[in-house]
Design a protein around this ligand. Structure first.
Ligand SMILES: Cc1cc2nc3c(=O)[nH]c(=O)nc-3n(C[C@H](O)[C@H](O)[C@H](O)COP(=O)(O)O)c2cc1C
Length: 277
């Protein structure tokens, strides 16, 4: 239950927290909670599944910290079931940095403040991308200046039209260079398992970013609407999510935190469920 509590600090689309956990002895099952899905905004369920993937990776990170080994089976009931994963638990060795690791899970948040114009170095984006790769997630830092310009044009039309004008100029390219870093995450496959892994990669990347003093903001809209989805597919392999990366502001703890559902709303213990069923 402690692991589930920590896993629920994971990011989720619109803070929907669309997960349900069942705990039975040394096994935890993670399912989509359909009562919290957003059928109009996310008809395919992609963002909901990515959110559950992030919670799955958070659970495994918490387990590593406190000395519990995990063996994850994804989609144990096949691709048409809402059961996304089972996690078998066994005793392990606590991490020497357990307290910091848990504090890092609790510290992660979406920081949407425009922080600084210091560019995030490509090496830092590569480190984050490697964290996602380690979870089997495609992660492509968009580093070429002209490619970044095209991406800004797709994701921030008004900004681009008023500030950047109609095409790349030395001034507008300099503006793009001084803006946030961007990583294209996931794709090109679509489907439950691919989305789940994108969520796991997002979590791993975000936890590393939090540790490294970097702030993350996912951008799901450009990947979900046709007008930007098609050009994104052509140039960046149909990512599931774009992720903005910027430096964290000093004094960041002042940011109000998004609430979480109570544990009893997202978790059931199997014997208890059997009794009340
Ligand atoms: C799949 C996914 C998509 C998201 N899309 C956006 C987005 O388009 N814009 C945004 O500002 N935040 C986005 N977020 C961040 C969530 O709004 C945020 O995780 C949630 O409100 C919980 O807040 P926290 O991350 O501070 O804990 C997304 C998160 C996930 C997991």
């Amino acid at each position: 239950m402690r692991l589930v509590e920590l896993a629920c600090h994971a990011p989720s689309v619109d803070n929907a927290q669309p997960w349900h956990w069942r705990v039975h002895d040394d096994r935890i099952t993670l399912s989509i909670d359909r009562s919290r899905v957003l059928p109009h905004e996310d008809p395919s369920g992609r963002n909901v599944t990515i959110s559950c993937g992030a919670a799955l990776d958070h659970l495994c990170a918490a387990a590593r910290a406190i000395g519990v080994r995990t063996a994850v089976t994804r989609l144990p009931e096949g691709p048409s079931s809402d059961v996304l994963a089972t996690i078998e638990l066994s005793p392990g060795t606590p991490s020497e940095t357990a307290a910091d690791d848990i504090a890092n899970l609790r510290a992660r948040c979406t920081d949407r403040r425009r922080l600084t114009t210091w560019p995030v170095p490509v090496s830092a984006l590569d480190v984050l991308a490697a964290e996602a790769h380690a979870r089997g997630t495609r992660a492509v830092p968009v580093t070429d200046k002209r490619a970044r310009f095209r991406l800004e044009a797709l994701t921030q039309r008004e900004y681009v039209e008023s500030v950047l004008g109609s095409g790349p100029t030395p001034e507008s390219l300099a503006l793009v260079e001084g803006s946030d870093g961007v990583i294209a995450l996931g794709g090109p496959e679509d489907g439950l398992e691919a989305w789940l892994r994108t969520g796991e990669g997002l979590s791993a990347l975000w936890l590393r970013a939090t540790r490294d003093g970097l702030a993350i903001v996912p951008m799901s809209l450009p990947c979900g609407v046709d007008v930007s989805r098609a050009p994104l597919a052509e140039e960046w392999g149909a990512p599931h999510l774009l992720v903005r990366v910027a430096w964290q502001a000093i004094g960041r703890s002042a940011l109000p935190r998004t609430p979480r559902l109570a544990l009893h709303e997202v978790l059931s213990e199997e014997p208890a469920v059997e009794l009340t069923a």
